[in-house]
Structure formats: C-alpha cells, structure tokens
Write a protein that binds this ligand. Sequence first.
Ligand code: IPM
Ligand code: MG
Length: 370
Amino acid sequence: MTARNLLLLPGDGIGPEAMAEVRKIIAYMNDEHGSGFVTDEGLVGGSAYDAHGVAISEGDMAKALAADAVLFGAVGGPKWDDVPYDVRPEAGLLRLRKDLELFANLRPAICYPALANASSLKPELVEGLDILIVRELTGGVYFGEPKTITDLGNGQKRAIDTQVYDTYEIERISAVAFELARTRGNRVCSMEKRNVMKSGVLWNQVVTATHKEKFADVQLDHMLADAGGMQLVRAPKQFDVIVTDNLFGDMLSDVAAMLTGSLGMLPSASLGAPDAKTGKRKALYEPVHGSAPDIAGRGIANPIAMIASFAMCLRYSFNMVTEADRLETAIANVLDKGIRTGDIMAEGARQVGTVEMGDAILEEFKALSA
Ligand code: IPM
Ligand code: MG
C-alpha cells in the first residue's frame, strides 16, 4: 500500500497537547490496521520564531507542500505579541494557506446532543444543529494589496487594507459549497455586503451565475452578512451550508462555533483544488480554537476539535469514510457517557484532563473498530 504522508505542525500553546492525542490514534491505526501513515513533524508560529526567527521555515514549508495532508495545532501567545508583524505567529498559518492554495475552508458547526446545554443559546435552538460554513480562505482583505500604514506627515497615519475578489475565486468557492450541499441538506446561503461593497456585488452575481449554470438543483438563498450573523444566533437551524468570504467567514464561524457549546469542539479542513493529474487536493486540518495560552501546559485542554480535525483528514484526504465516521461516533459516545473536559463540564458529568479525554476516545474508537 502507498504511504499516507502526514506533516504534523503542533504549533504553540495547547497545540502540542492536543496533537499528542491524535498521535495515539495514528499509532493505533498503523499498528492494528496497517493504515500506513508516515508522519513527519515541523514547527510553526511562535515555536518556529524561537527556533528560526520566522513563523515557518522554508524547510517546513517544503515538507508541507510535499505531504498528502498537514495537521495543524494552533499558533500564537502573549510571548510573541511584540515580534515584527511579518514574522508574527499567525503569518505561518497564512503562508501555509496561501502557498498551498487552500482556498476552501470547511467549518462544520455540529451540536452534539450531549452538549446542547453547554451552548449560550437555549438548548432547543441548537439541539441537533448541523451547519457547514464554507469560508473563502486565500483572497479578500486578508491578502489584498495594498496593505499598508503610511505616515501622512501631519501627525496622522493612514491604514489601508484591500478587499479584492476575482470571478474565478468566487466561482471555485461557490462550487465547493454547492457540491457539499448536495451531500447534505441541499441548501446554500451566500453571505456578503452587496449593499456597501463592490466585492459583495460581484460575489452575489458570480454565486448566482454559478448556481444557474451548474447547480440549479441546489436551493440558493442570499443574505447580507450582518443579517446572517443575526440569524445565526436567532435561529441557527435554518441553515445548511453557508458560503462567504474570508473576513466574514472568520467572524461568522466563531459565532457558529459558540452555538455548539465550546470552541474546543470544532474541527476544520482547508482544501486546495484537485490536481489535474492525480485528483488529489492539498489539505490542512486544524481545530477552530486558538492556542489558548492561558491554559497551555496544564493538561486540561479539550483535544476533541483536534481529533475531529483528524477525522476530517481521514474523510477528505484519504477517503477513509468508515474510519472517519467511527472516530466521530467515538467522540459522540464519550460525550454521551458524561466524560467532559473543563470547558464543557456539566453537572453530574465526570471532569477529565486532555490525556484522559484522548484515551477515552481512543478506547471507544478501538471498540468500534474491532
Ligand atoms: C482562524 C483564525 C485565523 C484567521 C488567524 C489565527 C490568522 O482566526 O483561522 O479563524 O483569522 O483566519
Ligand atoms: Mg478566526
């Protein structure tokens, strides 16, 4: 069997602790099921800065480009608040997204039944929630030029960020959203600000045209992004797939994440275009939560988002659908048993640390795989 090459980039803060729990699952799959994962490791974010003075080294970038998939932990922390802007920890993640051309960011927001009470919304609003945010990830205001702060010489400065989208960028991200919708509830809601932004006008036109041309069987709605944010907290279950740009997607996916009870629960996948010859997509999988420096190193972080990110990796990079389903079921079963990390603790549940949570999920996964 051909090797499955994974690059692990644990990063900073709770990233390494969470990644350690995924390593155990990989080892089990290799040892007991001959899954053939070959893992390599690199540094990203503050840890890369400390070692190499950059947010990711050229050597690790080369490894990322060569791997079948990258598993990414988290980056950043107060220790690196004052490093130069272009080598700040986040720059490592942004470079990976840009150089690997990972334009499609899939952020599912699923409310596990056992966690409906942990949401800041009423349980009946979020019970059974299953939405997918498809965020454009390599364009828009994150990367648009000019991006500058200029001294105007009169005691004033001027900051410029540029929101820019070309037709092809909107076409390809909306195609991903429509294709995924077909495998779920068959509905897409596109969000932009066409009432204020030219990029919103074009976004709306291109999504509409792509829909008409290739995906007319999928139900399409449009919402202004601010109204969309409001609807997400008013009645989140009305949505199936939401497609939106880089910046709106950043904000709306944090909102959606909190609907599910904890940021510590949510995985994400960032995918490139399929290679014309091999059909393979470049891919990076990461939890939506950040590096949580306040709890790093204490063994209390929730590893579920990281483990669920590995499940997405099994599904989207290796077509190991059965294994992905099992791993997701293992997470749900462990939650059903009342095992909880501190961030999702509930009355009557048993509070555990990172390692115990990882062990419990692995045991459940083993039982399901037997
Ligand atoms: C995310 C994060 C990143 C982003 C940061 C760390 C650069 O918030 O993945 O949502 O803004 O995209
Ligand atoms: Mg974010």
